[in-house]
Write a protein that binds this ligand. Structure first.
Ligand code: ATP
Length: 400
């Protein structure tokens, strides 16, 4: 197994550190171990670490694998909780973006693998206008969205996606339906999430869903047998295939839906995504009459965040904290369209400081969802001429 090799490289066996395997199962709590990587831009080199998390007190500890020395003494990090421990996640530690690339031991693998099952969900074209409510429902059920992208499928792609229905009488109608407008594909992660997500969807036929599962997504948002709001993979094998279809590990990605006209840019910041507020924010934007013509989840790297916020560098004293927030977890970038989009949308977003927003403009996004000046729920484009540039940055440069 890959993680065995990694631990082999560490040259710091558990026992030499005084951690015996049994320790992990003592009543004192569990110790989870991961292999974390950080790209060191100065050395142009990927550094590898053993990362330990102690569930008893939420402390973390790290060892530099190559240099055989401690990198971080046992410390409590506010931004690292047990729910952040999954392969593919990135966390900021000592101003470095650490990427969890593998489990560090059998115990961690056995304990956490089933909690990080992944499946593909898709909002179909009929329900895209209701994306805010649907995403909010997903968050409220405790699911974790780890990837998300709006795309436009062509007929060939739709056929490839629904290949198992080849020869069925409803295939043609199904292909027409899923290609008539954008879809939103997303990866959800959690314990038994394949089955739980299908339970939340309800029966295929929306009318039957209204009878048998009135709280299900298809009951609430679907129309009939074909236009039934959302899709969910039906097995582990389908989930793997369908996730690869929408989020390919190599090669070109699916056509995004950005229009790059009459637009501005909005980014739901990591703290708001983490707090499960993304659905409510999206719903508020849509209900205010703005068109959300593209959205995608990004895990911003520090260099990209610095570049994106470049204009604030010597102007705003919170610049460093802003970069740190934007790289602290997944964010959701959106292309927002309307007449005078940058100005109209800024009005809706409100003053940069949520405290001021709550006093002066209590209905604005930052008043409703912001925590403080840096964690103020969303970024929006400041200058009208930058709306297009910022959308291009996300959807032409980062997203490709
Ligand atoms: N009898 C039918 N008439 C019309 N459309 C259908 C019919 N059966 C299935 N569909 C459409 O094809 C999709 C895929 O069918 P499938 O049998 O896999 O249903 P499902 O597993 O409930 O849905 P999904 O795969 O979209 O999660 C359905 O979601 C629906 O949009």
């Amino acid at each position: 197994m890959c993680f065995m090799t990694c631990i082999g490289l560490a040259v710091i066996p558990d026992s030499s550190l005084g951690y015996e395997h049994d320790y992990m199962q003592e009543s004192e709590g569990d110790r989870y171990c991961f292999i974390a990587e950080w790209y060191d831009p100065h050395a142009a080199f990927i550094r590898r670490y053993q990362f330990m998390y102690y569930s008893k007190d939420g402390t973390c500890e790290m060892f530099d694998i190559k240099n055989h020395r401690m990198f971080l003494k046992k410390t409590k990090l506010d931004n690292v909780k047990v729910e952040d421990l999954y392969i593919g996640n990135t966390v900021n530690i000592l101003s470095r973006q650490m990427n969890f690339v593998d489990y560090g031991d059998e115990f961690t693998k056995n304990r956490l693998t089933h909690k990080t099952e992944r499946t593909l969900g898709m909002i179909k074209p009929d329900a895209v206008p209701k994306m805010g409510q649907i995403l909010d429902l997903i968050y409220s059920k405790g699911f974790m969205i780890t990837r998300l992208k709006m795309c436009q499928l062509n007929r060939n792609e739709a056929f490839q996606f629904y290949q198992e229905h080849q020869g069925k009488p409803f295939l043609d109608a199904l292909l027409n339906f899923v290609t008539r407008g954008p879809v939103i594909a997303f990866e959800i992660m959690g314990e038994s999430v394949i089955q739980k997500w299908r339970d939340l969807l309800g029966p295929t036929d929306s009318a039957q869903a209204r009878q048998d599962a009135p709280n299900s997504i298809r009951s609430r948002f679907g129309k009939d047998k074909t236009e039934n709001a959302c899709h969910g993979s039906d097995s582990t094998a389908s989930a793997i295939r369908e996730l690869e279809f929408f989020f390919p590990s190599s090669g070109p990605s699916r056509q995004n839906t950005a229009k790059f006209t009459d637009c501005t840019c909005c980014v739901i910041k990591p703290h708001a995504v983490k707090a499960g507020q993304a659905g409510k924010i999206i719903q508020a934007i849509a209900e205010a009459g703005f068109e959300i013509s593209m959205l995608e989840m990004f895990h911003m790297e520090k260099a990209n965040a610095e570049e994106f916020y470049e204009v604030y560098k010597s102007v705003v004293q919170e610049y460093g904290a802003m970069v740190s927030e934007l790289t602290s977890g997944p964010s959701i970038a959106m292309e927002i369209r309307a007449q005078n989009a940058p100005q109209a949308f800024r009005e809706m977003v409100g003053p940069a400081d949520p405290e001021i927003a709550r006093h002066l403009r209590p209905r604005t996004l930052r008043a409703l969802f912001g925590a403080d000046k840096v964690r103020n729920s969303v970024h929006c484009t400041d200058l009208p001429e930058d709306g297009l540039l910022e959308d291009e940055y996300f959807f032409k440069i980062l997203g490709c």
